[in-house]
Design a protein around this ligand. Sequence first.
Ligand SMILES: CN1CCC[C@H](Cn2ccc3ccc(-c4n[nH]c(N)c4C#N)cc32)C1
Length: 263
Amino acid sequence: PQMSIDVVSIFPEYLAGLQLSLIGKAVDRGQLSLNVHDLRDFTFDRHNTVDDSPYGGGAGMVMKAEPWALALEHILGGGSGAEEGDSLPSAGTDDAAVGSKPTLIVPSPAGQVFDQRIAEDLAGRDHLVFACGRYEGIDQRVIDWAGEHFELLPMSIGDYVLNGGEVASMVMIEAVSRLIPGVIGNPESLTEESHEDGLLEYPIYTKPANWRGREVPEILLSGNHAAIARWRRDRRLERTAEVRPDLLEKLDDLSKDDRAALE
Ligand SMILES: CN1CCC[C@H](Cn2ccc3ccc(-c4n[nH]c(N)c4C#N)cc32)C1
């Protein structure tokens, strides 16, 4: 596969949604491999304990280090099949020396904020591993240890608080996998979309031309493709100025026509 994705979670069924639709098809086509691991499979006490109370006191529980290290070592050791089919490293070398290190993404409110640029960067990598925390998070020593075996990326999907890393991982996996060539049916649909080139997308319409008395903008029925392209760009500029002026300020290649649309 072009990319292997592993996810570790105490709620593996949360990630089942990814098997549907586009990503499911890409997995069936062998473009993507997605493996979800239950953290509790790496506990061996009677209660499959994954958490304990925080040193120093405070509310909530902390996820214990050992299960996480065992789960991540299982994945490093090829437990995800990510390395299957790769030429086995010659004796004595470790993967990190032979290939590039896998990328470990740790969803966290304290992470770098995920955006389309980061999605594009991650889409070019071979092996992504997502560590989904719950409770108050994961013992810091796991993160410190993981930094020696992975390229470590603490990542937040936005400035609001969730209860765990699963939803954040699904957001990032969807944003990344749709950028992998062939995963999205028509690569054309990856252009001129919001955040791809810094402008929000233009309004879209389909049949009927008159719906409950509301007409489709005339220009779109004209067949004049240059005029339609201009109209669409004007709508993108207008919408971005209205909804996300912060994005507009980042643009430095506005044409004369663009500026006219913003007057
Ligand atoms: C009250 N406490 C505060 C700290 C976090 C605790 C819940 N939690 C445990 C693991 C974990 C992972 C990610 C996120 C998260 N929140 N917001 C985002 N954008 C995230 C992302 N990515 C949240 C998480 C709840």
